[in-house]
Design a binder for this molecule. Structure first.
Ligand code: AVJ
Length: 323
């Protein structure tokens, strides 16, 4: 059983207002930078799925190994009957591993890519015929109202993939606090959160994971420019933008940039922009954590860690926390 709800604001032309404002503000800035969430339109979400299968991109395999092998722990610590609220559910490929371990009362996938969300929810519904599923098309960075039907249930937030790493610390802490509220902590409930956080490791391993030999990540990055051209009447010469992924040791993060290979001029939503040769648009941060930095951030966001797991190669962590 699936039921839809859309919370994305569009203007007369059907353009997501927040997308246009973020892009225009980001391109006016020096250095130019756009929020990572706009990488995920339907095309971007598909490209990201391709990334998760790449040899160099270890996080998905590492996290899946944890989910696959720790079912008994989840059942014991989380228990049955909770509404699982997945933030940024994407294709929901990891979700069945969690759902079959804990016997949940409902599943609420939340994502900004609407078509992708509904397709994935329908596919999941076939695997779990008795489970009520309530997809919500929403930007999880904004405060979100859960469907009335799940309000009576205890909640488990599920935030896999180290998506929290795409935010700078103050935004990450804001999000952790807003998840607490969304999941009912402010009305006296005691929600749990199961969150994936990628670990600091060798620079070469990290940079390869974000700059694969087949160039899929490069396409994923450049798709943002294509999306701007498609949705915001843009004239960005996409072929003059090179994909760059580099480890920033000071901030413990891999950064993705689109770098101009020559001086370029273009228009977005009627506004003129230019880039010098070598100038970049900073399109994504992917922060990496240690046990300490992870616990510190969760604590700042109002969550107490209960248990932490790593994959057998020690590359990735999954943490269960309680509000
Ligand atoms: C969205 C956090 C899962 O940062 O690793 C993958 C996105 N970007 N390759 C990440 C991403 C480039 C990814 N997550």
């Amino acid at each position: 059983m699936t039921k839809g709800l859309s919370l994305v604001e569009r203007d007369d032309q059907g353009v997501d207002r927040a997308f246009r404002e973020d892009v225009l503000r980001g391109l006016r800035q020096r250095p130019k930078a756009t929020p990572a969430r706009w990488l995920y339109d339907d095309a971007g979400s598909e490209l990201f799925e391709d990334i998760t299968g790449l040899e160099e991109y270890y996080p998905t395999r590492a996290e899946t190994e944890i989910l696959d092998t720790r079912g008994a722990d989840f059942a014991e610590l989380i228990g049955p009957g909770r509404a699982v609220v997945e933030f940024g559910s994407g294709s929901s490929v990891k979700t069945p591993l969690l759902l079959s371990a804990i016997a949940p009362g409902a599943y609420v996938p939340l994502d900004i890519a609407g078509d992708f969300l509904r397709q994935s929810a329908a596919a999941l519904g076939e695997k779990f015929p008795g489970l009520p599923i309530y997809p919500v098309e929403a930007d999880f960075m904004r405060d979100t109202q859960l469907p009335d039907e799940v309000m009576p249930l205890k909640k488990l937030g599920f935030f896999p993939g180290s998506t929290i790493g795409n935010m700078v610390p103050r935004t990450a802490v804001d999000l952790l606090r807003s998840m607490r509220a969304t999941l009912g902590a402010d009305v006296g409930e005691s929600p749990m959160l199961l969150i994936g956080m990628d670990l600091v490791k060798d620079r070469d391993v990290l940079e390869a994971a974000y700059d694969d030999a087949r160039g899929v990540t490069a396409e994923f990055n450049r798709n943002l420019a294509r999306r701007i051209n498609r949705e915001l009447d843009g004239t960005i010469p996409v072929d003059a933008l090179r994909h760059v992924a580099r480890w920033n040791d000071e901030f413990a993060r891999v950064e993705m940039h689109l770098q101009a290979t020559e001086a370029i001029d273009f228009i977005v939503s009627g506004e003129r922009f230019s880039m010098a040769e070598g100038e970049t648009i900073h399109t994504e941060n992917s922060h990496k954590f240690t046990r300490r930095s992870a616990f510190l951030m969760l604590g700042a966001g109002g969550w107490t860690p209960l248990k932490r797991w790593k994959d057998s190669a020690g590359r990735f962590s999954l943490i269960l926390a309680q509000a």
